[in-house]
Design a protein around this ligand. Sequence first.
Ligand code: PHE
Length: 339
Amino acid sequence: MITKIEQLTAEIGNLRANNAEEAEQLRIKYLGRKGVMNDLMEEFRTVAPEQKRELGQKINALKQLITAKINELKDAVATEANSNDSVDLTRTPYPIQLGTRHPLTIVKNEIVDIFSRLGFTLAEGPEVEDDWHVYSSMNFADDHPARDMQDTFFVEARPDIILRSHTSSVQARVMETQQPPIRVICPGRVYRNEAISARAHCFFHQVEGLYIDKNVSFTDLKQVLLLFAQEMFGSETKIRLRPSYFPFTEPSAEMDISCHLCGGKGCSFCKHTGWVEILGCGMVDPAVLEANGIDSTVYTGYAFGMGIERITNLKYQVKDLRMFSENDVRFLDEFKSAN
Ligand code: PHE
């Protein structure tokens, strides 16, 4: 039996395995229930008692040797499997996370797209503006409350330099450099000194439209806005104009669309009225045309302005305005399909 143990000890040193399966086969051959070590133990039972001590120690040592050897072989083939040699270079790569357009950009693009199909071109102006373009040229009286510090952000040390509180300032910039016909759409960010909450923010986005030519009438305005509403919210959308007041338009109106969630029947979204407000509009006040160098005896025009956040909320029911500026990717991800 001693010779057998010595033979096995020598044999173990030379064991080789090329892969995990071969290593497992060796384990079964030596350490398995019907394996070599098991046979040896069977034989050990028949050994004379005085030899048991010495042989027992040798068998234990052999078993430890085999176990260590097989573990070593298993580790070796496992490391090999993970090494670069076995990386599958033909495997398709992990998907790359795609970014999404911001919902306000998606909706702004949609609005601009609708009006550009109607012949409007894009115009932009500065966000840091002077009082003339934001207020005076737009026919705001010197004591108009919108000029108040509660609404307007002033640039320190320059009381005439402000952050624009509406995109109507771009109207003024277009009129002072172009003669009619003028047909522009002006998207941009505006600022108002409001406490930030779910329903108000100190900055938001507007799209302003301006059309000036000979014989432009309120009917033209109404038709263009109806077309816009139906393109944006569906062909069954109805509009309604309510008289309103803006310093730069006369007459002025606010436009509602039939609630697209309940189809005008009344729901909690439209406060059971069947209508939701979406924009302000009107015929450009002749005083505004004159202030900006356009002959009001020859030309007439209309203007309208809407909040992009408002339109986005109507389309996507975003409950909290702050979501738009928090950059939470979980929120932005929801607009993947709208891109
Ligand atoms: N400038 C107005 C506002 O900020 C919107 C408006 C634009 C109304 C053009 C009429 C005409 O509320």
